[in-house]
Ligand binder design. Structure first.
Ligand code: PGA
Length: 262
């Protein structure tokens, strides 16, 4: 294992401030501090500030779920990455829900990546193909297009620091997805890393963290985490359940111990 396993909980548009706070205190009770695991929580924008005061930062890091690409301006209702600087360590960018519900384009994702990095926040870039694209044999083209556009303005050092979540849209519960077969995912991870290598060199490709972002729960997370090129998981629905999420973190830790001893 080259670096810490990353377990990200995307709470999506669930939980008000009070409910978020309750979940955080449950997670505090049930998740032990592991040096080999990095646990990241992505609550709603509204809950970020209060939660930042409640978490033990040695145990949890915070992520936004999205932000606007301009640093300031007349965009009523938006929050910029500049406003999030110092509050969050990460931001999810280009999540399939944003691309599908809000029609976020490749260019918008590219601009958000740039704004995110400009404001010293590490992007968790989500890429993945829909069911139709998969059936049409377009998976590689889609991943290639999403990746190359998103990374356009970044340097090799910025790419090395980045997190890429492969989220096959057909395997996400929000979209009534079917479960993917973990062993089938390995080739997508390898493809993503190969693309990064072709664009930014071997060092960036080795350092970039690639997560599985389709549906996982405590029953199958370990099957994805076991894959050679998988550096962690982006958990949706199961991250709202403290037992499931703690169990996923625990399984990742057990797996790392096993790897170390093998
Ligand atoms: P899910 O979502 O785990 O709820 O399927 C995954 C995601 O949207 O990242």
């Amino acid at each position: 294992m080259k670096q810490r396993t990353l377990i990200v909980g995307n709470w999506k548009m669930h939980l008000n401030v009070q409910q978020s706070s309750l979940l955080v205190s449950r997670l505090h009770e049930h998740i032990a501090m592991h040096r080999d695991i990095e646990v990241v929580l992505a609550p709603s924008l509204l809950s970020l500030q209060p939660i930042s005061l409640e978490i033990d930062r040695r145990k949890f890091r915070l992520s936004a779920q999205d932000a606007f690409d301009a640093d300031e301006g007349p965009q009523t209702g938006e929050v910029s990455f500049a406003m999030l600087e110092g509050l969050v360590h990460y931001s999810i960018i280009g999540h399939s829900a944003r691309r599908i519900y809000f029609g976020e384009t490749l260019q918008q994702v590219r601009d958000k990546m740039q704004a995110c990095v400009r404001n010293k926040i590490t992007p968790i870039l989500c890429i993945g193909e829909t069911k139709q694209e998969r059936l049409a044999g377009e998976t590689r083209r889609v991943l290639h297009d999403q990746l190359t556009t998103a990374l356009t303005h970044l340097t090799a050092a910025e790419v090395a620091d980045l997190v890429i979540a492969y989220e096959p849209v057909w395997a996400i519960s929000t979209f009534q997805g079917e479960k993917s077969r973990p062993s089938d995912m390995q080739q997508a991870f390898v493809y993503i890393r190969d693309q990064v290598e072709a664009l930014y060199g071997a060092k960036a490709a080795q350092a970039v963290r690639v997560l599985y972002g389709g549906s996982v729960d405590a029953h199958d997370a370990a099957l994805y985490l076991e894959l050679e090129d998988c550096d962690g998981v982006l958990v949706g629905a199961a991250s709202l359940n403290y037992k499931q999420f703690s169990e996923i973190v625990n399984q990742a830790h057990v797996l790392n111990i096993k790897r170390k001893n093998d």
